[in-house]
Ligand binder design. Structure first.
Ligand code: PLP
Length: 377
């Protein structure tokens, strides 16, 4: 690596800056078109992006919103979920998954994850269902899909809707089926570091259900259908920005390339680091991973992270604290040991640098440093 990454953020900033260098003309053309259009909010760029993103997935409707967290919040609201309801999800996720459930007044109910894929253990879901359960919220974490065939069978048996958290899984497939096309609705984030990232905050919800689509459009627009008349509450202002929609429409045409770039880096890591004692990402059968994060595992994580820092490589941990053990969720009353696999993983996982513009030289530096650190443990 030509310069030492000081922290994970720095690495991500590099990724974004390199992408901007390569795509600058296209991005600025999108911005210029919006600024000159005379329509800065809910104009043609938003409609165009919604149509393109829905079509890319082969789903009837897409509603652009202001970020991925609110995509989940509005998704839950659009399914009629609120105070007193329970939503089954996982604790091994980005906190916003759970923040969104809390935000609508519902209670998150956690099941543990698989030791090998780090994804929702669908086999535990049925036992977690109570008379108050109103939805299942699987998270396609790190870029790999949850077993939605099995989860759909459970959901159908109990008449429960599935809301997919696709914030880390743009373009991921399971048995050929794209993430975001199975559930009643699916929430996406376009936070800049995501596989499909905006130049600021943005999000979207996909659905094939016209009623859910209508609910979402009202919810993001104060609860209005026509201007100045609120027809339902609660209402939010959760619109995707016209500029971000225009940029995303152009970037969507390159989504396959971004994924291919990530997969190539993942393949190099896997080839170089197999047999080292590092637990590499496990692919569930039928899954096409998009490697939003390349998560590995080692029982002596702190030593590995420290050793890598000495080599000038700052490693991220996604995520160091399971959500149910975070201070803000203490009221859930879930003590240590309540989700044993999730808790064990949180102490051992870490991520290797991963973004499409990471150079081969940088990948080599990461690999050689890691081999050296592991060798000296
Ligand atoms: C990023 C992320 C979110 C939240 O998206 P924002 O756009 O940052 O609000 C939600 N869930 C998961 C799994 C994420 O990775």
């Amino acid at each position: 690596m030509s310069g030492a990454a000081r922290n994970g953020t720095t690495q991500y900033v590099w990724g974004y800056l390199r992408e901007y260098e390569a795509e600058r003309d296209d991005v600025l053309a999108a911005v210029d078109a919006v600024f000159g259009s005379g329509q800065l909010v809910l104009g043609p760029a938003v409609a165009g992006f919604e149509e393109a993103f829905a079509a890319w997935h082969g789903v009837a409707h897409c509603v652009g919103v202001d970020n991925g967290t609110n995509a989940l919040v509005l998704g839950l609201r659009a399914l009629g979920i609120g105070a007193g309801d329970e939503v089954i999800t996982v604790s091994n996720t980005a906190a916003p998954t759970v923040v969104a459930i809390d935000q609508v007044g519902a209670t998150p109910v956690f099941v543990d994850v698989h030791e090998d894929t780090y994804l929702m253990d669908v086999g535990q879901v049925e036992a977690a269902i109570t008379p108050r359960t109103r939805a299942l919220l699987p998270v396609h974490l790190y870029g790999q899909c949850v077993d939605l065939e099995a989860l759909t069978a459970v959901a159908d048996r109990h008449g429960l809707p599935i809301l997919e958290d696709c914030a880390q899984a743009h373009g991921a497939r399971r048995n050929g089926v794209l993430a975001g096309t199975t559930g009643r609705a699916a929430a996406f984030s376009f936070y800049p570091t995501k596989v499909l990232g905006a130049y600021g905050d943005a999000g979207a919800v996909l659905t094939s259900d016209p009623e859910v689509d209508a609910n979402l459009r009202r919810l993001r627009y104060y609860g209005m259908e026509k201007v100045y008349h609120v027809v339902s509450t609660p209402g939010y202002n959760s619109r995707i920005d016209e500029v971000q929609a225009a940029i995303l429409t152009r970037k969507l045409t390159r989504l396959d390339d971004y994924v291919a770039g990530r997969r190539a880096i993942a393949a190099r890591y896997a080839e170089a680091l197999g047999g080292t004692g590092l637990v590499l990402p496990a692919l569930a059968p039928g899954n096409d991973h998009v490697y939003y994060v390349y998560v590995v595992r080692h029982p002596l994580r702190e030593k590995v992270v420290e050793g890598m820092r000495e080599h000038g490589v700052q490693l991220n941990i996604s995520y160091p604290w399971p959500v149910h053990r975070q201070t803000g969720f203490a009221h859930l009353g879930l003590g240590e040991g309540s989700l044993p696999v999730t808790e064990r993983l949180a102490g051992e996982i870490f991520s290797l640098p991963m973004y499409p513009s990471l150079t081969v030289g940088e990948q080599d530096h990461v690999i050689e440093s890691l081999l050296d650190v592991l060798d000296r443990l």
